[in-house]
Design a protein around this ligand. Sequence first.
Ligand SMILES: Cc1ncc(C[n+]2csc(CCOP(=O)(O)OP(=O)(O)O)c2C)c(N)n1
Ligand code: SF4
Ligand SMILES: [Mg+2]
Length: 350
Amino acid sequence: MTYIAKPKLHHPSLTKNAVGYTRRDYEGKVSTLCAGCGHDSVSAAVVQACWQLDIEPHRVAKLSGIGCSSKTPDYFLGASHGFNTVHGRMPSVLTGANLANRELLYLGISGDGDSASIGLGQFAHAMRRGVRMVYIVENNGVYGLTKGQFSATADRGSVAKKGAVNHDAAIDLVSLALQLGATYVARGFSGDKAQLVPLIEGAIRHGGAAFVDVISPCVAFNNHAGSTRSYDYVREHNEAVSRVDFIDLAAQQLAAGDEDVIVVPQPDGTAMRLRRLRDDYRPTDRIAAMNQVQALAATGEIATGLLYVDPDAGDLHRALNTTATPLNRLAEAELCPGAAALEKINAGLR
Ligand SMILES: Cc1ncc(C[n+]2csc(CCOP(=O)(O)OP(=O)(O)O)c2C)c(N)n1
Ligand code: SF4
Ligand SMILES: [Mg+2]
């Protein structure tokens, strides 16, 4: 919790987006995280992406669990809906909110402890059900809030600040999300905003379960030599496979003739332009993406960029054929159609 209020006055000449908001309108409270924490850069990237995409703040619901990462929704989108859940339970609360009202943009913010330890089951089921959301894990390899214990994403052999070595195998959330059926899977680095903002923008425009793993160093407990989540280590081992350098209706024409540019149609009718940085990059092939992530990991490199996208992604609402109207706008007669309607449903199940 922070007690430092941000001044509400804006300079009158600040640039406004198409829906009339300045970038400041997408900010939240003053961050209380450690100076230099990667998580603050992720907050800044979310602010930038929402402002650039002309999203009205009141159309966003941000949900999180517990951890330094899960505190960050307090530091962006101060005018949006928010729900800080119990540790590891963000995905089920988000799923319920999404089922009740599909008109909002759901931003799930979590940590590697929150999603890969206590919340692993919740993470898995939200991905496999195709809940339409932007699920961001701010991944630092430790439980930052509780003073730096190894999390389940810490690499085997990684050394803690006080010298202990991690002997357990790491859970790679990107590989898991791919296996579980997520339809947009990306990895970014909080130290590379130019790469991260378009990855978040792509996730926002995506029509299904979008997962963005962000390597986000913890400067207090996991930024030393021997750590595989330090700024220096990630900069040295970052292997970007793609660059999302343009997302626009006109992308199709702009890409013509450039064989390193892959155009992926989006569910909202727009197109995403991806620049291939490796010859073996095939972003719409799930198995190729899984192989590439694993092959790079085996050589000690961290695959970043948009790793996989399904241009025909569906979501939970489509699968369940739910009503398009948010439940709070349905009248009592529609919500409780009576005994005869129930009897008809029961008869159909016999
Ligand atoms: C049920 C429950 N168990 C344990 C805790 C203690 N706890 C708080 S945050 C946290 C881990 C946070 O790690 P992570 O999600 O990686 O966030 P970070 O602080 O690293 O951003 C733990 C174990 C808790 N709050 N609730
Ligand atoms: S303890 Fe680590 S994760 Fe938490 S705010 Fe400080 S640097 Fe960030
Ligand atoms: Mg963590």
